[in-house]
Design a protein. Structure first.
Ligand code: PEP
Ligand code: MG
Length: 885
């Protein structure tokens, strides 16, 4: 069947679709690929992602073709293993796992040991000669299946196990014998019957279809939807299902299971990295019930741990594993994240995929793999997710600061975070929405906690290793995480926790160091990141491959400095209204805005002129000859008006005008829709003296700096919110007059450009005409999105969430450009602008200038530069290089 692809066990599968992630999912495609290069993969089959989409579209029903395909798939596994599904004497057991194109927490993960029932368990016991193993497998199966397929709460099963151990006087699971597990199975079945009103399914085929349906259903779960929304994964991808013969890591001391990375996913070091457990099944490693052991001797010794590493305890199987690691890296040319099982000394590969990694590790691996010759420089540049750089561009703990360490855990995800303690995900989300920085503190995390982890600055757990849910998800999200802090215990009834010897309450401030596992009381000072080493190397490679320039949106000398440190090649947007908010000036600005006649306004402007000149002087000095685009005032008027009694009283004192008078004047300026009101160039048209003052300040500053430094300063004066050619013509003439006046006074001239923002649909439509007056266009995609979509950028947050969830817009259009819609306007304006003025300079300065997908679009339409906020400059540099490759 085209829906079902066989792998392993000598399957001759030549259909390339079987290795296509879009068809068989990440897990299925890689299983087929591994089997294809001769690695030991237990035989199995993959149901394709299209089936999931069809199943959900057809009201959750399976069609005949699928039934036939699954039957053939089961027959393939039976033939390869010599076992029979449901056979009383020689039963085949399978695992059932989901596998979307990308790994996706929030979905049904795995059911193991499927095919066990009251009869086959006896066959398994007899066949393996190990009754304890058989009954242990059966109880695991009932619990897992009940949890993920039947939707029963796992706590009742866990409680029953605890009570059974207590009743027998046992401390650990390993003390349970065959008869104890058998008795527990009886209890488990009773729990199912009681909760469900029907017995645990004994028919193995019913079990299998139940699990397949559960995988498909989990694609539609709320958790999966939240994850897709946060990660921009389309809802129509669907998931594949992998059904595979079981191999057992729990068949005694020569068996084991583990997870491994071919390089260290936290640091990027070229060293095998991982954890394993003797006599265990996969979920034991992830669940953190038993403490996993080190894979290599070196790692064990470095940690000063006692239990033998796999390298020491199982040298033959370890040697085979190391050989597989090298084969996989050479084949995939990337770091692999692997799940394996050793069954009575024989190694089996259960999964491989490109491993998630921290930004630091991604950088190091990309640079080192290029140096090793495994990949080329361009591939290295493409390898690092630009957004992941965000993790590296933020402050870390000041190494010289005092630390009051409460407890320690594993350094599961690097970076530092300070915030208030919260004990549950909902609370974390709520408090974060109120603007608080929170640290989510949990015993362990599960997919239900994802929204809280996302809202939190950092995550701390009491349980779980480096591959626990908390660790994996936090690394993926770029949240610092300390996991497995054994000195931490949480009391949810009193909402307090013990950390080491100290009791802390919800709401107290702690700091996490995800790079060494320290948990500290209070806020620890941070330092700015240093952009050296692998970071600098990769950035240099990126710069070599990019065509577009990268500038920064910056309005203070400090922002400009940060931007230059991050590699900005100019200022793409200096928003002058931000300078007006300065505490010392706001009163003057208000006087100017509220002035009722030109003379009063000019008085206020005269006082503002030296301040503006000083602003621009400082910026030109920092930018040292690089281009600086200064946008003339574009104020949302209401933001400048006084609010509240005290502000009116202060203004009254400064102006000598009565409070009532000022209030009446403010009332006159009130606008129903300030975003579409008296802003941008409309202000320059109605009160030209404001733009005159600003233009004068720009040219005076530019002349002064050019004089002092001897360097050329090329100001780019930008007129905002232009809709018509004539607006620009009038204001360009005004700027030119100011320039001439200043040049005459200073006795020197400067090169300068006058251009405009394209941020209204009319401006985009009329770009050909507008270009006659403009030396450059800068796309203000914030306003262009707002006005094209008719969606207020300030109010959108309230309703855009559901819009994205329902796929109306693939992503928040204020974060990632609506390429289909708004993109057309950008492209049209670029074309029409160039037709009029072939050398017109084109850039973008909306928030989208720092978004990789939008940057790729800018490359496609041939913009000359993107401008992003200073911390996003490196992201933009890398994204621009990737777009050009
Ligand atoms: C824009 O509209 O995209 C822009 C950059 O200007 P502002 O965000 O200041 O309106
Ligand atoms: Mg704008």
């Amino acid at each position: 069947s085209a829906y079902v692809f066989h792998f392993g066990g000598g399957a001759t599968n030549t259909d390339p679709r079987s290795r296509d992630k879009t068809i068989t999912g990440g897990k299925g495609a890689n299983l087929a690929e591994m089997a294809g290069i001769g690695l030991p993969v237990p035989p199995g089959f993959t149901i394709s992602t299209e089936v999931c989409t069809a199943y959900n579209a057809a009201g959750k029903t399976f069609d005949e073709a699928l039934r036939a395909g699954v039957a053939a798939g089961v027959a393939h596994i039976e033939k390869a293993t010599g076992r029979v599904f449901g056979d009383p004497a020689n039963p085949l057991l399978v695992s059932v796992r989901s596998g979307a194109r990308v790994s996706m927490p929030g979905m049904m993960d795995t059911v193991l040991n499927l095919g066990l029932n009251d009869i086959t368990v006896e066959g398994l016991a007899a066949g393996s000669g190990d009754a304890r193993f058989a009954w242990d497998s059966y109880r695991r199966f009932i619990q897992m299946y009940s949890d993920v397929v039947l939707g029963l709460d796992h706590h009742r099963f866990e409680d029953a196990l605890e009570i059974a151990k207590e009743d027998n006087g046992f401390f650990a699971d390993v003390e349970m014998g065959a008869e104890h597990w058998q008795a527990l199975v009886g209890q488990y079945k009773a729990i199912v019957a009681e909760e469900l009103g029907r017995p645990f399914p004994q028919d193995v085929h019913q079990q299998l279809w139940g699990a397949i349906g559960a995988v498909f259903d989990s694609w539609e779960s709320d958790r999966a939807k939240v994850y897709r929304r946060l990660n921009s994964i389309p809802h129509d991808w669907g998931t594949a299902v992998n059904v595979q013969a079981m191999v057992f890591g729990n068949m005694g001391e020569t068996s084991a299971t583990g997870v491994a990375f071919t390089r260290d996913p936290a640091t990027g070091e070229r060293a095998y990295y991982g954890e394993y457990l003797v006599n265990a099944q996969g979920e034991d490693v992830v669940a953190g019930i038993r403490t996993p052991q080190y894979l290599t001797k070196a790692a064990r010794e470095r940690a000063g741990a006692k239990p033998l590493s796999m390298e020491e305890a199982m040298p033959a199987a370890y040697g085979e594993l190391a050989r597989v690691f090298d084969l996989l890296e050479a084949h995939y040319k990337d770091m692999q994240d692997i799940e394996f099982t050793v069954e009575q000394g024989k190694l089996w590969m259960l999964q491989t995929r490109s491993g998630k990694r921290t930004a630091k590790a991604a950088l190091r691996m990309a640079v080192e793999m290029a140096r090793e010759g495994l990949i080329d420089e361009a591939t290295a540049v493409k390898r690092v997710d630009p957004m992941a750089l965000d993790q590296l561009l933020h402050p870390t703990l000041d190494p010289s600061a005092a630390r009051e360490v409460l407890t320690r855990g594993l350094p599961a995800s690097p970076g530092a975070a300070t915030g208030v303690i919260v004990f549950d995900a909902d609370n974390a989300e709520r408090r974060a929405q109120l603007g608080e920085e929170v640290i989510l503190v949990r015993v362990e995390t599960s997919p239900e906690d994802i929204h809280g982890m996302h809202a939190a600055k950092g995550v701390l757990t009491a349980r779980g290793g480096m591959t626990s849910h908390a660790a994996v998800v936090a690394r993926g999200m770029g949240r610092p995480c300390v996991s497995g802090a054994s000195g931490l215990s949480i009391d949810m009834t009193t909402r307090t926790a013990r950390m080491g010897t100290r009791e802390v309450k919800e709401g107290e401030v702690i700091t996490l160091d995800g790079s060494n596992g320290d948990v500290m009381l209070g806020a620890v000072p941070m330092v700015e990141p240093e952009l050296v080493g692998d970071f600098a190397v990769l950035m240099e490679w990126a710069d070599r491959h990019r065509r577009m320039k990268v500038r920064a949106n910056a309005e203070t000398p400090l922002d400009c400095q940060v931007a230059r440190q991050f590699g900005a090649e100019g200022v793409g947007l200096c928003r002058t209204e931000h300078m007006f908010f300065d505490a010392g000036r706001i009163s003057l600005v208000r006087q100017m805005i509220l002035a009722e006649d030109e003379a009063t306004r000019r008085r206020a402007l005269d006082s503002l002129l030296p301040e503006q000149r000083a602003d621009f002087t400082a910026i030109f000095e920092v930018m040292a000859g690089l281009p600086v685009t200064i946008r003339l005032l574009d104020p949302p008027l209401h933001e400048f008006l006084p609010h509240g009694e005290t502000e009116f009283e202060e203004l009254s004192e400064a102006t000598g005008l009565g409070v009532d008078h000022l209030k009446r004047r403010a009332g006159e300026l009130h606008e129903f829709n300030p975003m579409l009101g008296h802003r941008g160039c409309r202000l320059g048209i109605t009160f030209p003296e404001i733009y005159e003052m600003q233009a004068r300040a720009i040219f005076e500053a530019a002349c002064d700096v050019a004089e002092k430094s001897g360097e050329a300063v090329v100001p780019e004066v930008m007129i905002p919110l232009v809709a018509t050619r004539r607006e620009l013509l009038i204001l360009r003439a005004l700027v030119d007059r100011a320039a001439e006046a200043v040049f005459a006074e200073k006795g020197r001239t400067l090169e300068y450009l006058v251009g405009t923002m394209i941020e209204l649909p009319r401006a985009a439509l009329m770009a050909g005409e507008i270009a006659e007056e403009a030396k450059f266009f800068s796309f203000g995609t914030n306003d262009l999105t707002q006005t094209t979509l008719g969606v207020s950028r300030d109010d959108a947050a309230r309703f855009l969430g559901p819009y994205v969830e329902q796929g109306i817009y693939p992503r928040d259009p204020f974060v990632s450009l609506d390429i289909e819609g708004v993109g057309q306007l950008v492209e049209m304006a670029a074309v029409r602008g160039r037709e009029t003025r072939p050398d017109i300079k084109l850039g973008i300065c909306g928030e989208h200038g720092g978004d990789p997908a939008s940057i790729a679009f800018c490359e496609k339409v041939g913009l000359d530069y993107v401008s992003a906020s200073p911390y996003r400059v490196p992201i933009a540099r890398l994204a621009a290089a990737q777009a050009a490759l």
